[in-house]
Design a protein around this ligand. Structure first.
Ligand SMILES: Cc1cc2nc3c(=O)[nH]c(=O)nc-3n(C[C@H](O)[C@H](O)[C@H](O)COP(=O)(O)OP(=O)(O)OC[C@H]3O[C@@H](n4cnc5c(N)ncnc54)[C@H](O)[C@@H]3O)c2cc1C
Ligand code: SF4
Length: 509
């Protein structure tokens, strides 16, 4: 019997894959979406903590930062905190404006309609009063109420002449499209069992199922197939029973994340692609970016209950494009993030971890707030994901191995972020206890299949089409040419929505 042929095959159902699957199936396309991880049922699995992180299979060079991701239907967003920023206009032209990084082949204006579209679909909550953002319309839902800790942070920022703003969230602040509003239970990191956090398994996936998309969880794509002319023709995958199968389509969309795409592309050799797919520019796997992340904690004289509610609260972007006299490129965002529960919190203390000093800190646990630093890091070809020469996976393929080192640029930026966090918190009334750490991991891997107009310097074009493989599109965090200084999921989804829209109009036009 001949195999079924699909209009599109989607690999990976994370932030990007979910959006693409919904859009193409909504246009009446016959879509097959293959996700390697499990498909959790939020109301059944999240309360029992059955939604666990499946092993990623990644390995790391000694001394490397350890970025990671989550494999499941909904992808890394299942455990995400819900912070839902747009990039700034300047992010699309850092080379032209600041002499660093590389310009994107598209502008903010080109992405703007898709930011709007994703925010409406997801029911984003926020306020349009951030002076650093491009002027924009109202959010579909109002901003969440601000915690006492965030109020004090905002007070300190205003005292110093900065411009605190409420942080946009992909968590609904009032009932929206059949979903209830947030209960502020602080469990976003284990999967939201209420249904108000707009991770794809609550939004795009149910819509795609309704549209008739064929979604298979526990199905791992082993290789992307190409013909003698070099065109994508389908995929080889292992089904949930471990049986190898093939599926055919003239359109394959790779949405497997910045960490997992490179090895899949490199092992997908074909008659016209002896070194794997997208190999022409030698950029597959390179330019990994992870954000210059870290945390700063401060203590106030009054109870702030920094462990309750949701992350986000208030942000300050006065140093987004850099700082006068700062010895680093571009800049960072600061926002109030949840304090971890007590047992975990102790693990983050750099000092005061024992005896009387620990007792003292724990006695003031409910007076402490934690800030997140999200800084732009510079893409460097030597920061990369590549096939591990020693470790193989269950299919005999080399595991993805990560090499990522920060440079003095990122360390200087973090030092500046700590100093500005300190002065803002002190101006807001904090005492002289503090704790900070630069992250040893990252939840924001980006950039390993960068987008660009020049096929010799980039892997995909402005639409996500792979320069050297007709019929293969890549759309997820891997296509970012620069990282910006905000959490990336909204931009990943907006890019995916734009690519899907392009494909649909091309077909109908
Ligand atoms: C704890 C945590 C908190 C976060 N908080 C925020 C936040 O507050 N705001 C924000 O903007 N971002 C946040 N992020 C980051 C955000 O979730 C990611 O940037 C985003 O999900 C990446 O999207 P993606 O489409 O590139 O990949 P992912 O969402 O990681 O999805 C990729 C999917 O592809 C699948 N896949 C890969 N290879 C194959 C294959 N060969 N066959 C089949 N399937 C495959 C994977 O299993 C995975 O499910 C957070 C992430 C984590 C982990
Ligand atoms: S705080 Fe809100 S978004 Fe987070 S898990 Fe609880 S109900 Fe869901």
């Amino acid at each position: 019997m001949p195999r079924a042929k699909y209009d599109a095959i989607i690999i990976g159902l994370g932030a990007a894959g979910s959006v693409v699957t919904e859009a193409l199936s909504g246009a009446g396309w016959k879509v097959l979406a293959l996700e390697e991880g499990p498909w959790y049922s939020p109301f059944r699995d999240y309360p029992d903590e059955r939604a666990v992180r499946t092993p990623t299979g990644l390995t790391y060079e000694p001394g490397s930062l350890r970025p990671s991701m989550v494999k499941c239907v909904g992808g890394s967003m299942l455990f995400f905190a819900g912070v839902f920023f747009r990039l700034h206009e300047s992010d699309f032209a850092t080379r032209t404006r600041a002499g660093c990084g590389t310009d994107w082949p598209i502008s903010y204006k080109e992405l703007e309609p898709f930011y709007n579209k994703v925010e409406i679909f997801s029911g984003a909550s926020g306020s349009n009063k951030n002076v650093f953002e491009v002027p924009r319309g109202a959010y579909p839902n109002p901003a969440h109420p601000v915690s006492r800790g965030a109020q004090l942070f905002a007070r300190g920022a205003r005292t110093l002449g900065y411009h605190p703003a409420s942080t946009p969230m992909s968590i609904i602040s009032r009932p929206y499209r059949g979903r209830p509003s947030c209960t502020y239970c602080a469990r976003c990191g284990e999967g939201c069992m209420v249904g108000d956090k707009s991770s794809p398994e609550m939004t795009y996936i149910p819509a795609a199922v309704k549209n008739g998309a064929d979604i298979r969880a526990g199905y791992k794509v082993l290789t992307i197939e190409t013909n003698a002319a070099g065109r994508a023709t389908g995929v080889v995958y292992k089904d949930a029973e471990g049986v190898k199968q093939r599926a055919d389509s003239d359109l394959v969309m790779l949405c497997g994340s910045a960490l997992l795409n490179p090895t899949l592309l490199r092992r997908s050799r074909g008659p016209a692609h002896h070194d794997g797919l997208g190999a022409r520019s030698a950029m597959v796997g390179r330019n990994l970016m992870c954000h210059n992340g870290g945390r700063y904690m401060a203590r106030f004289p009054e109870v702030v209950n920094g462990y309750m509610g949701i992350s986000g609260g208030i942000n300050v972007q006065d140093f987004y494009e850099g700082a006068p006299g700062g010895d680093f490129h571009r800049g960072y965002t600061l926002y109030v993030s949840l304090l971890p529960p007590p047992a975990e919190f102790v693990g983050y203390l750099e000092r005061d971890r024992w005896g009387g000093r620990l007792m003292d800190v724990m006695g003031s646990y409910n007076r402490i707030i934690r800030l997140a630093v999200v800084g732009e890091d510079q893409a460097r070809p030597e920061n990369m994901v590549y096939p591990d020469p020693e470790a193989t996976d269950e299919n005999g393929f080399p595991r993805p191995r990560v090499r990522f080192k920060r440079t003095v640029n990122e360390l200087n930026m973090f030092e500046h972020a700590v100093a500005s966090s300190r002065s803002i918190c002190r101006a807001g009334g904090a005492d002289d206890w503090e704790n900070h750490y630069i992250s040893s991991g990252s939840a924001h891997p980006l950039g390993t299949c960068r987008m660009g107009d020049d096929p010799d310097k980039s892997v995909v074009d402005r639409w996500g089409a792979c320069h050297d493989v007709p019929g293969l599109y890549i759309c997820d965090g891997s296509v970012f040419p620069t990282s910006g200084a905000v959490n990336p999921s909204l931009t990943i989804m907006a890019l995916a929505a734009r690519t899907a829209d392009h494909l649909i109009s091309r077909r109908s036009g």
